[in-house]
Design a protein around this ligand. Structure first.
Ligand code: TXA
Ligand code: MG
Length: 354
C-alpha cells in the first residue's frame, strides 16, 4: 500500500479549500474502511471507523497491537456521546463541561452499536472529544466516530510529529495528515466514570488536582506509578511495556549533584564496554553531563516542555542508535505524574536511588 501524506495546519481557525478537500478525502477513506493518521492536541492518532469492526481489526494489524487492548473512540460533538454510551452519568456531563473538548478520555458503559473489536471485548467504551480543530474536522468528515490509538507501532513512543508516524506506518495505512508538532506530547488523561468515586486509569495533561476541583474525590489506579503493586492495571494498554526506546533506559533519582555524578560514572563505564551512551537531562544540569549524546528535555520547573519533549527525545536516541540511556527523575505531582508514568514504562521501571 502506498501511504499518501497531506499537509493540513494543525488546529487552524479556517481551512484553505485545498486543506478542506484533503480532509474530506481523508474522511472518505475512513468511511470506506481505510486508516488515516492525524494530529490531535496530545499525540498523533491512527484513525479508523469506530463502528466498523473490520476497521478496528485493521488498526490492530497496522500497529502490531494485541487485540485485547481497547481503542479510544473520538467524537466531534458532545451530544454524540449518547450514541456510543448506554449510560451517561451526571459526573460525565460535569467532566465534559469542564474539560471537553480537550485531552481527556472517559470510560463509559458501551452502547450496542460499538463493536467488541473496538473495545477489546469489554462492555465499556473509551470516549474522547479532542480540542484540535483539524482532528474535529476529520472526525466530522469520517462520520463522527473515529477509533484512534496513538499512531506508533505497538511498543514504540507515541508520535509527536508526522515523520515519526511515517517511520512506523509507511506502507501500512492509506494516509497521514501532517499537522506539524503536537502541543501536549503525552496521551490524554483517562478517567473511568463507571465507578464511584471516578478513577484515573492513565495520568495526563488534565491532572488529578484539576479533576478534584470539579468532582471532589477522585481515585488513581495504584498501578500507575508502582511496578510491584501485584495488580493488573484497569486500562488494559497500561500493562504493556510501552514507549520503549531501543536502548536500555535507567532512571536515576536523588540530589542533583549525586544524580549527575552517578550518571557520568555509569555512562563512562558503559562507554568503555563499547556501548553508545545517552543522557536525558534538564537544562540546569546539562553542562555537568558527559556521554555520547546528551539531550535536554527542558527547564526542571517547566513540566509542559518536558512533557512535549519526552517522546521526541526517546525517538531521537533510537535514531542515533544509543544503547544505554540514563535519565533524571521528575516530580510525581501534577503533570509530573504523567511524565514519570511514561518514563517509568519506557524504563521497564528500572530506577536507581543515589
Ligand atoms: O491522547 C490520546 O488518548 C491518544 C490520541 C490519539 O487521542 N490516543 C491514545 O490511544 O493514547 P491508545 O490506544 O494509545 O491508548 C488507549 C488507552 C489504552 O491504555 C487502553 O487500554 C485504554 O486506553 N482503554 C481504552 N478503552 C478502555 C476501556 N473500555 N477500559 C479501560 N481502558 C481502556
Ligand atoms: Mg498508545
Amino acid at each position: 500500500m502506498k501511504t499518501r501524506i497531506v499537509r493540513v495546519r494543525q488546529n487552524a481557525e479556517t481551512f484553505t479549500p485545498r486543506e478542506d478537500a484533503d480532509l474530506r478525502s481523508a474522511g472518505e477513506l475512513i468511511r470506506s474502511g481505510g486508516l488515516v493518521a492525524f494530529p490531535t492536541e496530545t499525540v498523533y492518532g491512527l484513525g479508523g471507523d469506530a463502528l466498523n469492526r473490520e476497521s478496528s481489526r485493521k488498526i490492530y494489524a497496522a500497529k502490531g497491537r494485541p487485540s485485547d487492548n481497547p481503542l479510544i473512540v473520538h467524537i466531534c460533538r458532545l451530544e454524540d456521546i449518547r450514541e456510543i454510551a448506554s449510560e451517561v452519568p451526571d459526573v460525565a456531563l460535569k467532566i465534559a463541561d469542564a474539560f471537553w473538548p480537550g485531552p481527556l478520555t472517559m470510560i463509559l458503559k458501551k452502547a450496542d452499536k460499538v463493536p467488541p473489536e473496538t473495545t477489546g471485548g469489554l462492555d465499556t467504551v473509551a470516549v474522547r472529544f479532542p480540542s484540535d480543530r483539524t482532528a474535529q474536522k476529520l472526525i466530522e468528515y469520517s462520520g463522527g466516530f473515529v477509533a484512534a490509538p496513538s499512531a506508533n507501532l505497538s511498543g514504540r513512543p507515541s508520535p509527536t510529529i508526522a515523520r515519526y508516524v511515517e517511520e512506523d506506518m509507511d506502507g501500512r495505512i492509506e494516509m497521514i495528515v501532517d499537522g506539524g508538532e503536537v502541543g501536549i506530547g503525552l496521551e490524554s488523561t483517562i478517567i473511568d466514570v463507571t465507578v464511584t468515586p471516578p478513577q484515573i486509569l492513565r495520568p495526563g495533561y488534565i491532572t488529578r488536582e484539576m479533576l478534584e476541583n470539579v468532582l471532589g474525590k477522585v481515585d488513581t489506579d495504584v498501578t500507575i506509578l508502582k511496578a510491584d503493586s501485584g495488580q493488573a492495571p484497569k486500562a488494559p494498554g497500561m500493562k504493556y511495556r510501552h514507549y520503549a526506546p531501543k536502548g536500555e533506559l535507567t532512571i536515576v533519582e536523588g540530589k542533583p549533584d549525586a544524580v549527575a555524578e552517578y550518571i557520568n560514572r555509569a555512562a563512562e563505564a558503559d562507554g568503555r564496554n563499547g556501548e553508545k551512551t545517552g543522557i536525558i537531562g534538564t537544562r540546569e544540569l546539562l553542562s555537568e553531563y558527559h556521554a555520547d549524546v546528551v539531550k535536554c528535555v527542558g527547564n526542571r520547573g517547566d513540566e509542559e516542555t518536558i512533557a512535549r519533549r519526552l517522546f521526541t527525545v526517546l525517538r531521537e536516541f533510537d535514531d542515533e542508535n544509543v544503547t544505554k540511556i540514563y535519565s533524571e527523575s521528575f516530580e510525581t505531582a501534577g503533570l509530573g505524574q504523567a511524565i514519570m508514568n511514561r518514563l517509568l514504562k519506557a524504563a521497564g521501571h528500572k530506577v536507581i536511588h543515589v
